[in-house]
Design a protein around this ligand. Structure first.
Ligand code: UGA
Length: 492
């Protein structure tokens, strides 16, 4: 198939590279000439695992870059719209980029064309695209406008694309259903996974194909993101109760998550969700409901809990150190989560600003996001360290603000040796409390008794860890999964 992908942000660039990987001819289009030149020259504009490898594999072959939207559309059978839909000041998604693409496409259409909306958009957007294109001269018979939302996560986007749980097609007619099914066939029938050189993922089962109406597909995307955000706000609220009654949220989450109706993923409490999707999408989905005449107050509460979670962490840091003025804090992690350099709506950035405003001196380290963080933090708010140990040198506390795997392998004794005070505040419940305390550090996390430093129920036995035993049907134990490992897997 010949595919044009309009917009090479996170979703567009990953989708373009992955479409090429599964065998299609792809033209990736962006109106930013510098970006296109950079991509042609081999630059990779985002930190995304496996993306550099895929771009190198297909650049100049099955994957080309262009800023000629009309030319690309003319050459292609299917056009994917992947432009940004940032929040407007009302909380609704700003669809002006989508509208611009619709206008540009209308004049280039010659004959039948399947147009697919892939950006996260409010319900009714495909209908609006069709209306706009007709207003600008496209003939109604030439148009088939479908919705094909993407569920990839930054940091694991390539494997999420190639090994999805489901492929969702919101189609208005047989033509778009057939075209999209053909595009995803190598994933749906598993032939991609059998090709030599196919990227290896961990998933064992083939993706489900879900075919719905266009409006249902548009809603599934918004509702899925809002539900995941709700799950996070729920466990963050449970974490507060845990702290108050002396329970351990990691145990509670594990106990809840093993119920297959609940599921263990997205039950990791922390400093609140961030990124370019959840904050924007919860807000936009509430606006969609409001416009339709329903006050979705549950979503208002999801957002309020998320904001409160950040304030609570600042309070925890302040309470632990008594006062913040003049205290030196090592902030490990600035991206909105581990595995990415994206700092949009990053809770870590918010926290750093708040702590700085209260007089703390912040030394920050992030494996990938320091350059992007500098665009969001005014000069002088933080100083940047070259590694976690330099960040912790002379620090009164070490804060974990993003779930980077490399923080799991820190030499905690070395950290203790360079710090001024032995205090760790883990905003992501990433570290193993037993190892942290064994290194002579006091450990404060989210949803465990403040200052306890060990799982609260069995303080007398520092080696004790809650585990899940998974016996197989023939009675042989499959092994145990420790709490922190299982939760870390859930986040990644
Ligand atoms: C999210 C969805 O997970 C994707 O399915 C979706 O395709 C994407 O938005 C999108 O709409 O484009 P992403 O924003 O990349 O993906 O990141 P997530 O892994 O979902 O994490 C979002 C935030 O929630 C992060 O700040 C993360 O640290 C936080 N989080 C996640 C938690 O606090 N606890 C958890 O258990 C999981």
């Amino acid at each position: 198939m010949k595919i044009a992908v309009i917009g090479v942000g996170y979703v567009g660039l990953v989708s373009a590279a992955c479409f090429a990987e599964i065998g299609h001819e792809v033209i990736a289009v962006d109106n930013d000439p510098d970006k296109v030149d950079g991509l042609r020259a081999g630059k990779v504009p985002i930190h995304e695992a496996l993306l550099p490898e895929l771009l190198a594999r297909h650049r100049g072959g099955r994957l080309r870059f262009s800023n000629d939207i009309q030319g690309a559309a003319r050459e292609s059978d299917v056009v994917f719209i992947c432009v940004g839909t940032p929040p407007s000041y009302t909380g609704e998604a700003d669809l002006s980029y989508v509208e611009e693409v619709a206008r540009d496409l209308s004049s280039s259409l010659k004959g039948l064309k399947v147009i697919v909306e892939k950006s996260t958009v409010p319900v009714g957007t495909c209908e609006a695209v069709r209306r706009t294109m007709q207003l600008h001269g496209a003939s109604p018979e030439d148009l088939s406008i479908a919705s094909n939302p993407e569920f990839l996560r930054e940091g694991t986007a390539v494997l999420d694309f190639l090994y999805p749980d489901r492929i969702l097609l919101g189609v208005p007619d047989e033509r778009s259903r057939r075209a999209l099914s053909q595009i995803y066939e190598p994933l749906l029938d598993g032939s991609y996974y059998r090709t030599a050189g196919a990227l290896r993922g961990e998933k064992q089962s083939l993706p489900s194909l879900i075919v719905t109406s266009v409006k249902s597909a548009e809603l599934i995307k918004h509702a899925s993101n809002a539900f995941l955000a709700l799950k996070i706000s729920f466990i963050n609220s449970v974490a507060i109760v845990c702290e108050k009654v002396g329970a351990d949220v990691r145990e509670v989450a594990m106990g809840m998550g093993t119920d297959s109706r609940i599921g263990s993923k997205f039950l990791n409490p922390g400093i609140g969700y961030g990124g370019s999707c959840f904050p924007k999408d919860v807000l936009a989905f509430r606006s969609v409901a409001q416009k339709a005449g329903y006050d979705f107050t549950l979503l208002t509460e999801v957002m309020a809990v998320n904001e409160d979670q950040k304030r609570r962490f600042v309070t925890k840091v302040r309470d632990t150190l008594w006062t913040l003025r003049g205290k030196r804090l090592a902030a490990l992690g600035l991206a909105f989560k581990g595995g990415t350099d994206d700092c949009r709506e990053s809770p870590a950035i918010d926290l750093v600003k708040q702590l700085h405003a209260e007089g703390a001196e912040i030394v920050a380290y992030d494996p990938a996001a320091m350059e992007r963080a500098q665009e969001l933090l005014t000069l002088g708010t933080v100083t940047y360290a070259q590694n976690p140990y330099d960040a912790c040198a002379g620090a009164d506390a070490m804060l974990i603000l993003a779930e980077w795997p490399e923080f799991l392998t820190l030499d905690l004794c070395q950290i203790r040796a360079v710090m001024n005070l032995p205090i760790v505040l883990d905003g992501k419940n990433l570290l193993d409390p037993v190892k942290v305390t064994a290194a002579g550090l006091q450990y404060y996390s989210v949803g465990c008794c403040p200052g306890a430093g060990l799982p609260p129920m069995r303080k007398e036995d520092p080696t004790w860890r809650a585990t899940i035993s998974e016996p197989t049907l023939d009675g042989v134990d499959n092994g145990s999964v420790s709490v922190s490992e299982s939760i870390f897997e859930a986040v990644n």
